[in-house]
Design a protein around this ligand. Structure first.
Ligand SMILES: [Fe+2]
Ligand SMILES: [Fe+2]
Length: 332
């Protein structure tokens, strides 16, 4: 049976409803001997705040964070905004739900993957093509890549977001080379179009380890401690070592360039103490790395603007102050 989605229940005031939701957070508030819980519930259609007042409170509820739960309650309006007054809640059984109901997703992931594969097919250098195939012919990696979000909040924060972002960076970067050459510019002899293709495809693969699997849209401990630039570097480095063990030559200069693209794709050298740190530890030092870092920034920024506009529910021409972009965003 199809899941009853959040959007469908928002106007069913004072009617007892049962719904499966993914629980983002539980906040406990104890006052005058009374315990109240605020729970943040979400599914692919939206978010809803739930309130559990003293009479219905059970200590078990506090252990439900990041679980898919079945909630029973009533929709009420609080200051004009619907919330759910929870009367009971339990962990949903695995046969009662489909995990995909709880995360918004890109709807053309398979097409995006076909695009990525079509670019792998035009790579000329056999060792680079083999490296890309090592990742994308691996079912476990492919499954994780297709499901992975591109970010947790600011841009591409949806299932398949990484595939969408990767395909966009890839098409943009390769098209740029074409446009640049068509306009009559010359690129130096050592410039390597295969490296741009491989760099675009691999630049963010560390995100499959940086983020928990959807619907939990959070960083893993290794993601927090190492970041996807380092994690992606380590994955590609390990794959090249595996190739060497199989006596597949991977020239050192190509390895250096590819790992450099991954490590520098967030652009500028960063002050790691800032809360808005991008995690870059080096500046791009080759043309291929500049192309990837700029196309990466362009796509993440445009998507972040779109996200901010879509999420802003105010009436004005501008969004509320956007701390990531450090400005108000014009919505018209
Ligand atoms: Fe990145
Ligand atoms: Fe990226």
């Amino acid at each position: 049976m199809a899941k009853l989605m959040l959007n469908d229940v928002l106007e069913r005031y004072n009617e007892e409803i049962c719904i499966f939701l993914f629980l983002k957070k539980v906040v406990k508030d104890v006052k005058d001997g009374r315990t109240n819980l605020t729970v943040y519930l979400t599914d692919a259609s939206g978010e809803l705040v739930g309130k559990i007042w003293n009479d219905f409170y059970k200590p078990d509820f506090e252990r439900l964070e990041e679980k898919i739960v079945k909630v029973k309650g009533y929709i009420e309006l609080y200051r004009g905004i619907p919330q759910i007054k929870v009367i009971d809640m339990r962990i949903a059984k695995q046969n009662e739900y489909d995990t995909d109901d709880f995360s918004p997703s890109v709807d053309n992931v398979d097409e995006l993957m076909q695009t990525i594969f079509s670019y792998i097919n035009i790579v000329k250098k056999p060792h680079i093509k083999m490296l890309l195939r090592r990742f994308f012919d691996n079912d476990k990696f492919l499954k994780a890549f297709k499901r992975c979000q591109g970010g947790t909040t600011i841009h591409h924060a949806l299932r398949g977001g990484l595939a969408l972002h990767t395909a966009t960076v890839l098409i943009d970067a390769v098209s740029f080379i074409q446009i640049y050459e068509d306009a009559g510019n010359r690129i130096h002899e050592g410039f390597d179009r295969d490296m741009v293709i491989a760099g675009a495809i691999l630049h963010d693969i560390g995100k499959v380890k940086e983020y928990k699997s959807f619907p939990i849209n959070k960083r893993t401990i290794e993601g927090l401690m190492q970041g996807h630039l380092s994690l992606g570097y380590a994955m590609v480095y390990a794959a090249i070592r595996d190739m060497e063990r199989e006596e597949i030559q991977f020239p050192k200069e190509d390895e250096n360039k590819l790992l450099h693209i991954i490590l520098t794709h967030h652009g500028e050298l960063d002050d790691v103490i800032k809360p808005t740190s991008t995690g870059n530890i080096l500046k791009p030092s080759c043309v291929e790395a500049v192309i990837i870092s700029r196309t990466d920034e362009k796509d993440s920024r445009v998507n972040a603007f779109e996200t901010a506009i879509n999420e802003d529910n105010g009436d004005g021409d501008l969004t509320r102050f956007n701390y990531f972009m450090k400005t108000y965003i014009y919505k018209r």
